[in-house]
Design a protein around this ligand. Structure first.
Ligand code: NAI
Length: 328
């Protein structure tokens, strides 16, 4: 069997793919670029393609289906970059490769602490030997109510991690978890979440229902000085509304590992380019907003897991075995 791997990073994925490909008896075509209509021909003769977070539109999926591809696996947890409906219509099976929640949870706690302690401004000053302290006073977690939206694998791990800090923890999810309730965390409505939380951290997938769940109206219902952490998906937040909230002082800070329209920017060296994402430029420029380029997942454990499980999923699919990673 043969798998065509797109966006294969030479510095951390290539050797792993080659080693595991040999181990699983899979012939691999490793392409460093994201899939597009030009390089789609590399998938001719492969039943499976293995991708990262590049946009898989209906048009592009059709090109792959026409080359005989039957299975698309993404080396990510989220799969909103794939047009699932179109994939289904084309008879393509889609799979993801979930990795353990600890790496993203660690990163979330780091961004949260950086945000409440104004670490961006502290580091900027230290770097230029400005050792003054005016304007960089922080807040203590024990005095804050932290609201977690989405109590799946990552949200639950963040709740566990934060339980040692002495903050009050509240949560919202479409489906309440017994484990979370037993730990003493209180589920609240979204209205109560906006009203009570000093810090809000997002951990849901992006769906058509929750796109821009943080918007002008919901921000207006939040506490003054609220801080927002997003390690889930950029489009959960309306960037324009976030910018307005920061400018008015309603929002006291943000830690954003993801932003709207990050595709084609993140993971590329674009330092000499004029970018077409004004919101990102504005958000990055605020002293109380820490932006990172979708890095929360990036640990040694995660890379090994996604490479291994994405390939194993291809193997199970081709061999007709039960495949735990299929999402449709
Ligand atoms: P999960 O599937 O275990 O949990 C998601 C939770 O969100 C579920 O409990 C679900 O009921 C809830 N949910 C879904 N729609 C909702 C809505 N409209 N309102 C409230 N709750 C809703 O997912 P997991 O593993 O915890 O990941 C969460 C998200 O984190 C992923 O979907 C992905 O977008 C993001 N992520 C980001 C990474 C990064 O590097 N920044 C890495 C990995 C995941």
């Amino acid at each position: 069997m043969r798998v065509t791997v797109y966006s294969c990073r030479p510095f951390d994925e290539k050797d792993l793919f080659e080693k595991l490909g040999r181990e699983f008896g899979i012939e691999l075509i490793l392409c460093p670029d994201a899939p597009d209509e030009k390089n789609a021909s590399l998938a001719k003769g492969s039943e499976c393609i293995d991708i990262l977070t590049s946009q898989m539109t209906a048009g592009l999926l059709k090109v792959f289906a026409d080359y005989g591809v039957k299975y698309v696996t993404t080396r990510t947890i989220g799969y909103d970059h794939i047009d699932i409906k179109a994939a289904k219509e084309l008879g393509l099976t889609v799979a993801n490769a979930p990795y353990g929640p600890c790496g993203v949870a660690d990163y979330t706690v780091m961004l949260l602490l950086m945000t409440i302690r104004r670490m961006k401004r502290i580091l900027e000053r230290t770097n230029i030997q400005d050792y003054t302290i005016k304007g960089i006073q922080g807040r203590e977690l024990k005095d804050l109510t932290v609201g977690i939206i989405g109590t799946g694998r990552i949200g639950r791990t963040v709740l566990k991690d934060l339980s040692g800090f002495g903050c009050r923890l509240i949560a919202y999810d479409l489906y309440e978890s017994a484990e979370v309730k037993e730990s003493g965390v209180l589920y609240v409505t979204l209205e109560e979440m906006w009203r009570q939380a000093d810090v809000i951290s997002l951990h849901t997938p992006l769906t058509s229902e929750n796109r821009h769940m943080i918007n002008e109206k919901t921000i207006s219902q939040m506490k003054d000085g609220v801080m927002i952490i997003n390690t889930a998906r950029g489009a959960l937040i309306d960037s324009q509304a976030l910018i307005a909230g920061i400018e008015s002082g309603k929002i006291g800070g943000a830690g954003l590992d993801v932003v709207e329209n990050e595709f084609e920017l993140y993971y590329y060296d674009r330092k000499s380019d004029i970018l077409n994402n004004r919101e990102l430029a504005i958000l990055r420029g605020f002293p109380n907003v820490t932006v990172s380029h979708h890095m929360a997942f990036y640990t040694d454990d995660c890379v090994e897991t996604v490479v291994r499980d994405s390939l194993l999923g291809c193997k199970y699919f081709v061999e007709g075995k039960e495949n735990p990673w299929e999402v449709q």
